[in-house]
Write a protein that binds this ligand. Structure first.
Ligand code: UDP
Length: 403
């Protein structure tokens, strides 16, 4: 596991010294994170990397999970979809299921933290246990245009928190509590992002029978409709008419995402006649994801909606040219034509991919700019600093502290 000092060569010693200084002020406070899954998806990804570093900095950071059955996660998946603006039928029964499971979790989960840090809607109702401690609701979803009924339902809980955190300015909402804008981050020293020897990259491609004979276009994502895997295949088919290439669509599932199996089947069906399309069902294997990103010529992230899109940051950090949808937190990471290319349609994405395949020097420059943009804005050390300052701010009155 990386130590905090290991980040100094990447971000500069002063950043590390600063972190130590501010973390000192949180001594004695327990920060308890609570979400609904320890593997799969961006939240678990970040917490797994962040908590050991917070502890090393002297912050007593812990992580607990809520429990729920398939029915509960089906409902929270629907919440997720409609908050992202997708149409989905919600019934009164769905809200009852959410409240029933929440009641059980309210009884069973011990909220012992001085600061209780709740991630996303699944555990949101735990705030009904709020006592003297401080509570933060961290929303990782793009709620710029949320479903009104679900948002109103959640608001009954949100108003009980001390603060709310959103990933991008466009997600902020009118709230009677303080809100903070904190973008997520990636860990440059994790297995997913560290530099890999070429033999390891080659080994992973051999394992999955992917020849490195043509340019490789890759999207790494859970098999989720909002990641638009079928759209990715359409983009590839349009490109393929002009530029010979391969497509890798790789992803596993998150344990709180019941829809994945069906989406994967649809993707396999659409890809079955083309040996240059590689559909990979990955178990949680960060080195493999890293290797697939590193081996790619272009990374695609054709999401219909996106919270932040960690996969974009991961690809840019590897200095890859990225073509990604202009949604959610992606435009924070990609300045169009500077650190990647943004698109808004299948045709637009196909055009951008062709352009990059035909102009390798331009593609290289976009990738290099992207890496520096991530270094300056979206690495774990910046995120740690923002969170520590957020925790400290909870103990100050609003008019005293300006972050
Ligand atoms: N990821 C993974 N295995 C997979 C698919 C994705 O470990 O099969 C990782 C991916 O590399 C990224 C995170 O999960 O670190 C996904 O975060 P993102 O913000 O892109 O999307 P989310 O899944 O949270 O919607």
């Amino acid at each position: 596991m990386a130590k905090i000092e290991d980040y100094a060569p990447i971000v500069g010693q002063s950043v590390i010294d600063d972190l130590k200084l501010i973390a000192e002020r949180l001594k004695g406070k327990v920060v308890q994170h609570i979400n609904s899954t320890s593997v799969g998806g961006g939240v678990a990804e970040i917490l797994n990397r962040m908590l050991p570093l917070l502890r090393e900095l002297g912050v007593d950071a812990r992580w607990d999970l809520i429990k729920g059955g398939v029915d509960f996660f089906e409902v929270t998946k629907k919440f997720h979809n409609v908050l992202h603006g997708r149409l989905d039928e919600l019934t009164d029964k769905d809200f009852d299921i959410f409240l029933e499971t929440s009641s059980r979790n309210i009884e069973e989960v011990n909220t012992y933290g001085d600061i209780v840090f709740i991630h996303d809607p699944q555990p949101i109702a735990l705030v009904n246990k709020k006592a003297e401690n401080k509570w933060i609701w961290r929303c990782h979803i793009d709620v710029s245009d949320p479903h009104q009924r679900v948002w109103d339902f959640l608001m009954d809980f949100i108003v009980k928190y001390d603060s709310a955190v959103f990933s991008a300015p466009s997600f902020s909402q009118q709230l009677p509590i303080r809100q903070f804008l904190i973008a997520p981050s990636i860990d440059p020293l994790s297995d997913k992002n560290k530099e890999l020897p070429q033999e390891i990259i080659d080994g992973v491609l051999i394992k999955y029978n992917i020849p490195q004979d043509k340019p490789i276009i890759t999207q790494i994502s859970r098999f989720d409709r909002l990641k638009d895997p079928l759209g990715v295949i359409e983009v590839y088919k349009k490109v393929k008419k002009y530029n010979d290439c391969r497509l890798i669509l790789a992803g596993g599932g998150a344990s709180d995402d019941p829809e994945g199996v069906q989406v994967l089947q649809e993707v396999q069906e659409m890809a079955k006649d083309d040996p240059d399309i590689h559909i990979l069902l990955l178990s949680q294997n960060d080195i493999e994801i890293n290797a697939l990103q590193a081996a790619s010529t272009i990374i695609l992230q054709k999401s219909i909606r996106e919270g932040f899109g960690l996969t974009v940051a991961e690809a840019l950090w590897k200095a890859k040219p990225v073509v990604a949808s202009r949604v959610g937190g992606i435009p924070l990471q990609i300045a169009h034509k500077y650190s990647g290319l943004l698109c808004q349609s299948i045709d637009g994405a196909a055009f951008a991919v062709k352009q990059l395949l035909n102009s390798p020097a331009y593609a290289k420059k976009l990738g290099e700019n992207g890496r520096e943009h991530i270094r300056n804005n979206f690495l774990l050390t910046r995120h740690l600093r923002d969170y520590i300052l957020l925790f400290l701010s909870l103990y100050y009155k609003e008019d005293v502290v300006r972050l």
